[in-house]
Design a protein around this ligand. Structure first.
Ligand SMILES: [Zn+2]
Ligand SMILES: [Zn+2]
Length: 353
């Protein structure tokens, strides 16, 4: 199964990817509904559905799984947040991406934040403007993903906890050296979660699965669900990722495991940057370098997006995603299925073969 993150837009990727059109013609297709009740349309919830997880199995935010991906040890009551460098202008959220900082500036920013942090918090810088913050004493707070609230007033999006508010406001002083024109920088906390026991993939499905992914939340899902995980040396989780390595690892693991899930992230990132051309060019490369060889391998392959990501506004939308099933015993329009049913459907196609 190939999950192409944010594959579709206002237009479907099949409009310009001949391989998807061909699978629709000679193979099978349908719609996967990846929405989890009372949850947002994001990678955790939608990929979670495709892995067979229900809403009760999933942590409320991504931060827990990202911490697991980074092998950060957590205690039972710790609250984990994603920590992002955020730029505001006149108090309005401006950007979390495209900060255009140098490697040295990122390093200085994280160093300065770490030095001024009260002792109940631990900060783990991951890459560029992203990190993980652990609150060892507070209660889990409702937080807001910054990219879904661009141009909104920061003061309306703060966590209720007074200590976390203080932390966010005081972070601005640590980042003062980045100041230019009207911009002001903060450490933003979001996608908070606590430790959660999750079902093993083997228990859910009755067979073992492997994951080929670099995106931390997916790596975290693989680890907590006790799945095999490919060792990728050249993947970046971005549009410059090495798809050849992903293809090779997927094919190698398919010889040893009943199901391999390959996750490709770049298109979603390009759409968050409002870059339609970058997104389209990346998807064309995915089709050429990954989808085509996998489908040609004669293995049963299911291709699906987790959710749509719209280049025009840079946000997620549409949890209902077309899927394409190649080299399967199933043919034609399979209608709409819940995300949690997709693996069963894929297995049904193989077993009859
Ligand atoms: Zn996603
Ligand atoms: Zn996204």
């Amino acid at each position: 199964m190939v999950i192409v993150d944010g594959m579709n837009d206002e237009h479907l990727a099949e409009d310009y990817l001949p391989i998807l059109q061909r699978i629709k013609r000679v193979g099978a297709y349908g719609i996967a509904d990846n929405q989890q009740p009372q949850r947002g349309v994001d990678t955790l919830n939608c990929v979670g559905a495709l892995l067979g997880l229900d809403v009760s199995d999933l942590p409320v935010g991504r931060a827990y799984l990202e911490a697991v991906a980074e092998n950060i040890a957590l205690k039972e009551d710790d609250c984990v947040y994603r920590a992002s460098l955020l730029k505001t202008e006149n108090g309005l959220l401006q950007t979390v991406n495209g900060l255009n900082l140098s490697t040295m500036q990122y390093r200085q920013a994280w160093q300065s934040l770490k030095e001024h942090l009260p002792s109940q918090y631990q900060l783990y810088p991951l890459r560029e403007g992203r990190g993980i913050l652990i609150d060892q004493k507070g209660r889990l707070q409702k937080t807001f993903p910054p990219h879904q609230h661009l141009a909104e007033n920061m003061s309306t999006l703060l966590p209720k906890d007074i200590f976390l508010q203080k932390l966010i406001f005081s972070s601005s002083c640590c980042l003062e050296f980045l100041q230019e024109n009207k911009g002001q920088w903060y450490l933003w906390l979001w996608d908070g979660a606590q430790k959660q026991k999750m079902p093993a993939f083997q228990t859910l499905h009755g067979f073992q699965g492997a994951i080929v992914a670099k995106t931390p939340v997916i790596v975290g899902l693989a680890k907590t669900m006790q799945m095999a995980l490919a060792e990728l040396k050249k993947a970046t989780g971005e549009t410059d990722t090495d798809l050849l390595e992903k293809k090779q690892q997927t094919i190698a693991l398919a010889a040893r495991y009943d199901l391999v899930i390959c996750h490709v992230n770049g298109a979603d990132e390009a759409a968050h940057r409002f870059d339609c051309i970058e997104k389209k060019q990346f998807l064309e490369r995915v089709a050429e370098e990954l989808l085509l060889p996998l489908v040609s391998s004669e293995k049963t392959v299911l291709i699906v997006g987790d959710h749509s990501t719209f280049c025009a506004c840079g946000t997620h939308g549409q949890a209902k995603q077309p899927f394409y099933l190649a080299n399967s015993m199933l043919k034609g329009n399979l209608g709409q299925v819940k995300g949690q049913e997709v693996i069963k459907l894929l297995q049904r196609g193989i077993r009859h073969g």
